[in-house]
Design a protein around this ligand. Structure first.
Ligand SMILES: CC(C)(COP(=O)(O)OP(=O)(O)OC[C@H]1O[C@@H](n2cnc3c(N)ncnc32)[C@H](O)[C@@H]1OP(=O)(O)O)[C@@H](O)C(=O)NCCC(=O)NCCS
Length: 178
């Protein structure tokens, strides 16, 4: 077991998160589990492919190293990454959130998994495991993501600007009323 896996295991224990596999994911043929270091390459590939489709004008392959460094840093500080896999153990998506701060930092599903319910399942699991609700930032022109989150009961609470891209964002919160 790698050091990173140990950290994630400790975080999971701290929050009493030992029951991922018992989620209703079984009913749609998906499996959820906490990510390991062995997932890094496929997770980064998925993130690049998913975001490229959503924002074709942005150079996501160039941001691949940033993603992995970023995930390691926020996981070291307490965030959890949960992966959704199909019956062949193929990665379909992931969500990264911190139960202590309620911040949902990353959510992405593979292009072929969009519209299948995988993202809904990942957010349902994050909601279940985050006792203080969830807060996130989404680009205002990311219409699909915005529609998804609003359908899932998130509400706009503030406007902002993405410090890396300069694009306008919405801050969303679930539940809608704190
Ligand atoms: C955001 C994301 C996780 C949502 O998962 P998904 O499987 O695509 O979401 P769903 O298909 O369940 O829901 C999307 C909703 O937006 C709608 N939609 C699709 N394209 C749209 C568009 N261009 N404009 C507005 N709504 C759109 C869909 O019809 C659907 O609504 P409905 O269920 O009421 O019909 C996924 O699209 C993704 O990984 N995107 C790239 C990464 C990203 O944007 N992450 C979020 C950053 S905060």
């Amino acid at each position: 077991m790698y050091l990173h896996d140990t950290r994630q295991t400790l975080v999971m224990k701290r929050w009493g998160l030992t029951n991922l596999a018992r989620h209703p994911s079984q009913t749609v043929g998906l499996r959820l589990r906490v990510r390991t270091d062995a997932d890094c390459a496929s997770l980064a590939d998925l993130w690049v492919a998913s975001w490229r489709e959503a924002m074709p004008d942005t150079d996501f392959p160039a941001r691949r190293p940033w993603l992995l460094d970023h995930l390691r840093a926020i996981e070291a500080a307490g965030a959890i990454t949960i992966c959704a896999l199909d019956g062949s153990n193929r990665l379909l998506g992931f969500v990264t959130f911190d139960p202590a701060t309620a911040y949902l930092d990353q959510l992405a599903v593979a292009p072929e998994a969009k519209g299948t319910g995988a993202a809904k399942l990942l957010v349902a699991e994050a909601r279940r495991l985050s006792p203080n609700g969830l807060v996130l930032d989404v680009n205002q022109d990311n219409a699909r993501a915005l529609a998804f989150y609003e359908r899932e009961g998130f509400a706009k609470i503030a406007e902002g600007v993405n410090p890396r891209s300069g694009l306008k964002t919405w801050q969303l919160r679930w539940p809608a009323t704190a």
